[in-house]
Design a protein around this ligand. Structure first.
Ligand SMILES: Cc1cc2nc3c(=O)[nH]c(=O)nc-3n(C[C@H](O)[C@H](O)[C@H](O)COP(=O)(O)OP(=O)(O)OC[C@H]3O[C@@H](n4cnc5c(N)ncnc54)[C@H](O)[C@@H]3O)c2cc1C
Length: 326
């Protein structure tokens, strides 16, 4: 029987959905191996996060509360996580494959001399134990990884797992006195320039309205999809071509080299559906494509398709949605 340490990313005093999806992953592993689950919360003034995690089935919630952890820097974060994993004798460390998880977990693996599986989307039972299934080649292949080191490190593709619900029971909170030497890290936090937006975070949104290279700035660009996102309470995403051409900011990018999302509803507007884009959204529950052409690859994954000029049909759609709402 082992011990899985789940590192919980949080925002505004609450665990992020991606972290709770990682808890679901850990529950699946624990159910197969009889492992216990413990949580790690790193940050500054993050006692509220630990409280919010009561009832999620962890036998302990370890809180590393330190001013130097207010803004996560991968090298610093990884040292604290690996020190904690060693201190509690964790046999597995898991976190969501977010920017921080992707940057920090390989460092944790090195520190723990652990094998690692990245971006895991499912578990597979094999004679050698659990294999961790992960997409390769932009999702065209699925690899099953068996880790045979005593400690395992896993980054989890959150969109492949349900957001965990509380199951009841107490989760004792324990302070972890982290030894943090941010000054020695090669990278350091300088400043954070967040995008002020009333829209939901792309990773957390239940609806995503995405735009592609067809949204030419000379015709209004991404402004045409903003009212649609507003009326639906959706986050805005973009294809890489739209980002590369400067139509949308970099943090909107969805796909192989961007964010991976799986919302309830994904609207792909003026996006052709290249394999690298599909890698970031094809697990969305319902996909709607709007495109002037009817033979683009996006229609192969779409549940609903609308052939038309986005600059004509999107404003009409907004009018109709507003009329429905009123
Ligand atoms: C290593 C690598 C990694 C990559 N990673 C990513 C990634 O993470 N994410 C990603 O998205 N791409 C990625 N790409 C790029 C990818 O291959 C495609 O080039 C890109 O996804 C195309 O974006 P697009 O669909 O917006 O543009 P296009 O392929 O140019 O398609 C534009 C679409 O808009 C339609 N259109 C035009 N005008 C209108 C209109 N008025 N109304 C409605 N429809 C209209 C057109 O019919 C067309 O289907 C990557 C490529 C490589 C090589």
């Amino acid at each position: 029987m082992g011990k899985i340490l789940v590192v919980i990313e949080h925002d505004h005093g609450q665990p992020k959905k991606v972290a709770l999806a990682t808890v679901s992953f850990a529950r699946q592993v624990a159910a197969r191996r009889g492992d216990s689950i413990e949580f790690a919360v790193l940050g500054s003034g993050c006692a509220g996060v630990a409280e919010a995690l009561t009832g999620y089935g962890a036998t302990a919630v370890h809180v590393a509360d330190n001013a130097a952890l207010a803004h996560p820097v991968a090298a610093v974060w990884a040292k604290v996580v690996s020190d904690l994993a060693k201190a509690i004798g964790a046999t597995a460390v898991a976190a969501a494959a977010t920017s921080l998880g992707k940057d920090g977990l390989p460092r944790v693996a090195v520190r723990l001399a652990a094998g690692m599986a990245s971006d895991v989307v499912a578990l597979v039972d094999t004679k050698a134990g659990i294999a961790f299934r992960r997409p390769m080649w932009a999702g065209n292949l699925l690899g099953d990884v068996v880790i045979d080191t005593p400690v395992q490190v896993i980054s989890v593709r959150a969109s492949a797992f349900d957001v965990a619900a509380p199951t009841g029971g107490a989760s004792p909170v324990q302070a972890f006195a982290a030894s943090v030497d941010a000054g020695r890290a090669a990278a350091r936090f300088v400043s954070f320039e967040g995008t002020a937006s009333s829209r939901p975070d792309l990773n957390e949104a239940t609806i995503v309205v995405s735009g592609g290279r067809g949204l030419k700035p000379e015709r209004g660009g991404f402004k045409v999809i903003e009212p649609l996102a507003d009326v639906l309470g959706a986050a805005i995403g973009a294809s890489r071509a739209a980002v590369d051409d400067g139509y949308a900011p970099n943090d909107y990018q969805i796909g192989q080299t961007g964010k991976v999302v799986a919302p309830q509803l994904y609207l792909a507007i003026a996006i052709s559906g290249a394999v690298q884009h599909l890698a970031g959204m094809k697990n969305s529950k319902v996909i709607v494509a709007i495109n002037t052409r009817d033979d683009e690859p996006i229609f192969k994954v779409a549940d609903y398709g609308l052939q038309g000029d986005a600059f004509v049909v999107v404003p009409e759609l907004v009018q109709k949605l507003k009329a429905l709402r009123s």
